[in-house]
Design a protein around this ligand. Structure first.
Ligand SMILES: [Mg+2]
Length: 191
């Protein structure tokens, strides 16, 4: 619960940053629309990836098929050892999927949850990168995007996260409402 309270106070302090990301990010931006080669050319050396909504629908154990192809491409461009999974839910089944398919990709766990910057700073430390070379992909303004603002990393705000309303309607609707609320709150606090 502490990370939620921290999120509100840090969110207020970083409200202009959040509002700028919200303003500058197009609607309908999906993970697989991000071109790893372009990130690499812009100076990104390390990727930190959220899991829920970014690699898979909420609560799912494995990345979606379209994302698996995209992950392969990221691994070719950056090298597996420069990819990190930064999820507030580093479930064992997810860790095992990566161990089978991308054994050098590392999960960050045992740190304070986003929006605390700890996980992103750990990614930078483990990769030997400056925070400004680390790109986080995340679909939540007040957790991932805020963590990036605090840690000083780059951020891609995924505005078209993967959802599966057929399999888990209540769960997905809850997170859709949460994302919409975050956007509304950040929009109101602008300026
Ligand atoms: Mg997410």
């Amino acid at each position: 619960m502490n990370h939620v309270l921290y999120g509100f106070s840090a969110g207020f302090r970083h409200r202009r940053f959040l509002a700028e990301i919200l303003r500058a990010t197009p609607q309908g931006l999906a993970t697989e629309a991000i071109v790893p080669e372009e990130l690499r050319e812009s100076g990104v050396t390390t990727l930190a990836l959220d899991f829920d909504g970014v690699l898979a629908c909420h609560g799912q154990p494995e990345p979606l098929p379209a994302i698996r192809e995209w992950l392969n491409r990221c691994c070719r461009v950056f090298g597996e050892e420069r990819l990190f999974i930064l999820s507030n839910k580093p479930a064992q089944v997810r860790i095992e999927w990566f161990r089978r398919h991308h054994p050098a990709v590392r999960f960050i766990s045992g740190v304070r949850k986003k929006p605390y910057p700890d996980g992103l700073l750990q990614v930078a430390g483990m990769a030997g990168s400056r925070p400004g070379e680390v790109m986080l992909l995340d679909d939540r303004l007040l957790t991932g995007v805020l963590a990036a603002g605090i840690a000083g990393t780059r951020i891609t705000y995924i505005t078209a996260p993967h959802v599966d309303l057929a399999t888990s309607p209540l769960h997905e609707l809850f997170f859709m409402a949460l994302r919409a609320t975050e956007r509304a709150v950040v929009g109101l606090c602008r300026g």
